[in-house]
Write a new protein. Structure first.
Length: 348
């Protein structure tokens, strides 16, 4: 019989599970707390359960616990990059960023990614599989245990396209913000997408208060399509309209991510077109100097060009920030730590 992935069961599912194995539903509250609030490493730690029940659970359930295989710590700002191994041997990376307002974690949602964005290291090699809700949660639980502090902010910006793993991503958000679990405020959760339009609209209807970030990266369809193949399926205007819809339904300000690629999307004309595309939307533009990936030939825009781009947008009344590079000394673009680990494993 297939084992139940207990860390991926939400509170109601856990109640149903206990009933299905002939136990009282109130056990769900105890066990949910052990898994998601106290973050136990296994059933043996759940001391208010009988030995019999613990054994029964160990026999019928799989208990997701990621193995920390590597941690890089920045001497500049305390950023930590983690490489975790999943039970089937694949590895994913997560990042902890320490800000004045609290600890923020960036998690992966898939092993690899099939979206093929041109400057992204996570997609080289395609997608291997989706992560379960339990595997997404455990990235945060492992990091909390490692630093002995609470994580208060969460961004779904690591490897993978969360809306290509919709059901698990939505379940993860529900469980992460559940009062019986870590209880992270939905306002402190950001989901970033390359623009799977029907799923963006579906997300708007979930009744969440999370922030939606669209990886826009270009001011028009032609340039966007050259950088993000998904734009061949869902046009730039459709993606921006889905953001408008998201705002209407949730009242949450939209974030547009815009990676500046030298000579490709960073001209004054690009800034003007970007303004024309998004003006009137309650939004914030996050400019990201593109992180060079060794397998790709893209280069960062010059600092002067980045500042000019920012000023141009700001002068038109758009809210803009330039993303601060965290952990510069443990560098590398998102997905590269995992990639170099895999390359090394292949060689050995
Ligand atoms: C890795 S993706 C994960 C979330 C989601 N799949 C998406 O594309 O929004 C998070 C953000 O990093 C950006 N990104 C990927 N590779 C980058 C690079 N080399 N330099 C700068 N930003 C990059 C993506 O475009 C996206 O805005
Ligand atoms: S940027 Fe996001 S969607 Fe695009 S390949 Fe990377 S992880 Fe996938």
């Amino acid at each position: 019989m297939e084992k139940t992935d207990i860390k991926s069961l939400d509170y109601d599912e856990l109640k149903d599970f206990f009933v299905s194995i002939g136990e009282k539903p109130f056990r769900a509250k105890q066990v949910y707390q052990w898994i998601h609030e106290k973050q136990a490493d296994g059933f043996e730690e759940m001391t208010n359960l009988s030995k019999n029940l613990r054994e029964k659970l160990a026999e019928t359930c799989e208990y997701t616990c990621l193995e920390n295989v590597q941690t890089l710590v920045s001497e500049l700002d305390g950023t930590r990059k983690y490489l975790f191994r999943l039970s089937d041997g694949y590895v994913v990376e997560s990042v902890l960023m320490r800000y004045q307002h609290g600890n923020s974690v960036c998690i992966s949602t898939q092993v690899g990614c099939r979206m093929g964005c041109r400057f992204c290291a996570s997609t080289i090699g395609g997608k291997t599989r989706d992560l379960t809700a339990g595997e997404m949660l455990d990235q945060i639980y492992r990091i909390q245990k490692d630093i002995g502090e609470r994580v208060s902010n969460l961004v779904m910006m690591g490897t993978g396209e969360p809306l290509d793993n919709y059901d698990n991503a939505v379940k993860f958000i529900r469980m992460l913000s559940d009062e019986h679990g870590l209880n992270i405020s939905q306002r402190n959760i950001t989901l970033s997408t390359c623009g799977i339009v029907p799923r963006m609209r579906q997300l708007a209807d979930e009744g969440f208060q999370i922030t939606l970030a669209l990886s826009l990266h270009a001011p028009n369809q032609e340039k966007r399509k050259a950088l993000l193949p998904i734009a061949g399926k869902y046009e730039i205007h459709e993606a921006v309209d889905a953001c408008r819809y998201y705002y209407e339904k949730t009242g949450r300000r939209i974030t547009f991510e815009y990676s500046l690629v030298g000579g490709q999307n960073d001209s004054k004309e690009d800034a003007k077109q970007l303004y024309e595309l998004i003006h009137g939307i309650n939004c914030h533009v996050n400019l990201i100097p593109v992180n060079p990936v060794k397998e790709r030939s893209y280069v960062q825009s010059e600092r002067k060009v980045i500042v000019e781009f920012k000023n141009k947008l700001e002068n038109c009344g758009i809210n803009v920030t330039i993303r601060r590079e965290m952990g510069r000394d443990i560098g590398g673009a998102c997905g590269q730590l995992r990639k170099s680990y895999m390359d090394k494993e292949k060689k050995e």
